[in-house]
Design a protein around this ligand. Structure first.
Ligand code: AMP
Ligand code: ZN
Length: 134
């Protein structure tokens, strides 16, 4: 059983902030910032590619983020979800991070700025649209 399945079943303790029949939210053991929260389906899915009926988790993240905003009096937050080792996923049980942001909190998400020719943008958008419609 994976570590988050153990948390969901109560075998491993966690600092819960929300629970219902299908979902659980608890404080990340490594608080990137104060209030850093993980939201998981209780059912095990490796990653976003395996999610089925648990897609309601995204609605729950919106509700929980607003609750955290109120409780911690924050106005800035990052929602993060890592899927696969190249994306930095270290626990292979689908989860969404809610990371409140504060002045000078030392968290740094930086994206490379890659330029693409117009033609390449057109081709890329066509490729993705086709694969969604399949
Ligand atoms: P990720 O890198 O997206 O897979 O995130 C996994 C997260 O799970 C990390 O931020 C860890 O700090 C957190 N984590 C791992 N074990 C526990 C645990 N027992 N309780 C709470 N958070 C945990
Ligand atoms: Zn699991």
């Amino acid at each position: 059983m994976c570590v988050f399945c153990k948390i969901a079943s109560g075998e491993i303790p966690s600092y819960k902030i929300y629970e219902d029949d299908n979902f659980l939210a608890f404080l990340d053991i490594s608080q990137a910032t104060i209030g850093h929260t993980l939201v998981i389906p209780k059912k095990h899915y490796d990653s976003i590619f395996d999610l089925e009926e648990e897609t309601k988790i995204f609605n729950l993240v919106i509700l929980l983020t607003k609750a955290i905003k109120k409780a911690l009096n924050i106005d800035n937050v990052n929602i993060l979800n890592n899927n696969g080792p190249l994306a930095g996923q270290s626990v292979n049980h689908f989860h969404i991070h809610i990371i409140p942001r504060y002045e000078n909190d030392s968290v740094n998400f930086s994206f490379p700025k890659n330029e693409l020719e117009k033609e390449a943008f057109i081709n890329l958008s066509k490729k993705i649209i086709v694969s969604i419609e399949k």
